[in-house]
Design a protein around this ligand. Structure first.
Ligand code: ATP
Length: 204
């Protein structure tokens, strides 16, 4: 696989807004966050071991794994976090690689979008990295507008992500999302044109 563009940005930086637009331009987008959620949903083989390990309190009223309960546990118990990661990471890795392999032949380039692209070393599977960026105050404002996240929970997520300068340092290309969406889309149009003419086979 040699035509994968890694895409990341902090919470509320506009990843979803950007990937929706890339998809409109025809670019296949694989979302690592969606895959990570699927690990503990539906008929995933990981649900049983999680139930056994954490007990019945980890289920919500619908009998599904209660993500916020799980988040609370692993936030305050590093050893439980480790246990869960050891279970989930290999599954996510396999699912991700399978989806990348399936989508790669479909278009000149495809996008692997992940909030933790660098932090979880998913950038090992990409040829080039695009980072979307805006000031942290704007990230917090947009994230709280969208989700009614508390300032504390937004800060907690930001603390798990690379600091802004470190993320920018690892970018090959940067989308500045500090202005309106037209400004964002215009930059995406230009980058898309560039990526469509890039010889990905010699780029790796
Ligand atoms: P998360 O990591 O939390 O999933 P994200 O990076 O996917 O966030 P988005 O959901 O795309 O971020 O954007 C956060 C909110 O800010 C959304 O409500 C979105 O519509 C809005 N938004 C994104 N970009 C802009 C912009 N340039 N101008 C105004 N609002 C924006």
């Amino acid at each position: 696989l040699n035509n994968i563009l890694g895409f990341t940005g902090g919470i509320g930086s506009g990843k979803t807004a950007a990937t929706n637009y890339f998809q409109q331009l025809g670019v296949p987008v694989i979302d690592a966050d969606v895959i990570a959620r699927q690990a503990l949903e539906g008929d995933s083989a990981l649900i049983e071991p999680v139930k056994t390990h954490f007990g019945p309190n980890i289920l919500n009223q619908q009998g599904h794994i209660d993500r916020s309960a799980l988040r609370e546990i692993i936030f305050s118990h590093p050893e439980e976090k480790k246990w869960l990661e050891n279970l989930v990471h290999p599954w996510v890795r396999e699912a991700l690689l399978a989806q990348l392999a399936a989508s790669s032949p479909l278009f000149h380039y495809i996008i692997l979008s992940s909030p933790l692209l660098f932090e979880t070393h998913q950038d090992q599977w990409v040829q080039r990295c695009l980072v979307i960026d805006c000031p942290e105050a704007l990230q917090k404002q947009r994230a709280s507008q969208r989700d009614l996240h508390s300032p504390e929970s937004i800060q907690r997520i930001m603390d798990q992500q690379l600091p802004r300068p470190a993320r920018l340092e690892r970018a090959d290309d940067i989308l500045d999302n500090s202005l309106d969406l037209h400004h964002l889309y215009a930059q995406i149009d230009r980058l898309h044109h560039f990526y469509m003419h890039l010889d990905w086979t010699t780029h790796a």
